[in-house]
Design a protein around this ligand. Structure first.
Ligand SMILES: [Zn+2]
Length: 173
């Protein structure tokens, strides 16, 4: 099991980004303070919050920026999130894992243009929303891709340095 998150009321957009990446992310738009901490702990979630007063707890990750993209960047860096294999696997609205459905099952339930151009669909068992590749916010996906690429580039540079360091040690021994 990967890391699971709970976003506080200030971080609704961040929650959608993380769900788009397939990460189990609850969003609590009512809870605050200790109550949030308790529900995060009881479900083994990391509480993502902008409330500095909650930082006393290990299970809390403080998000500094007001901008969702910056928030996402700090969470990706902080938890070394790289994998995007589970993109499009979770409902953006209620965080449930989507189940694949056949094209026949969605006939008449998605726009005609969509039905014509997409063959693979999935369904949220909770809210019954139907998803297809083009239905997720394309711009959100592009932003996530960009941030992940930045991380990969940075990791690659770091790795290059380490490998060099090791090889020079080999020579000296
Ligand atoms: Zn849903």
């Amino acid at each position: 099991m990967g890391v699971k998150f709970l976003c506080d009321a200030m971080l609704g957009k961040l929650a959608r980004y993380l769900r788009l990446m397939g990460l189990d992310t609850e969003y609590d738009k009512d809870g605050s303070g200790k109550g949030l901490l308790l529900s995060a702990r009881s479900e083994n979630r990391i509480l993502l919050t902008r409330n500095r007063r909650l930082l006393v707890d290990k299970a809390v990750f403080l998000v500094n920026s007001e901008r969702p993209e910056e928030q996402l960047r700090s969470v990706i860096a902080g938890f070394r999130l790289r994998c995007k294999a589970k993109f499009f696997s979770r409902c953006l609205v209620c965080n449930r894992e989507l189940v694949p459905v056949s094209k026949d099952e969605v006939a008449g339930r998605v726009p005609y243009y969509t039905y014509k151009h997409f063959d693979r669909y999935s369904l949220c068992p909770q809210c019954q929303r139907i998803y297809w590749a083009g239905s997720h916010h394309h711009n959100m996906k592009k932003r996530i891709d960009r941030i992940l690429k930045e991380r990969r580039d940075r990791d690659a540079k770091g790795l290059g340095r380490r490998v060099k360091g090791e090889s020079s040690e080999d020579r000296s021994s």
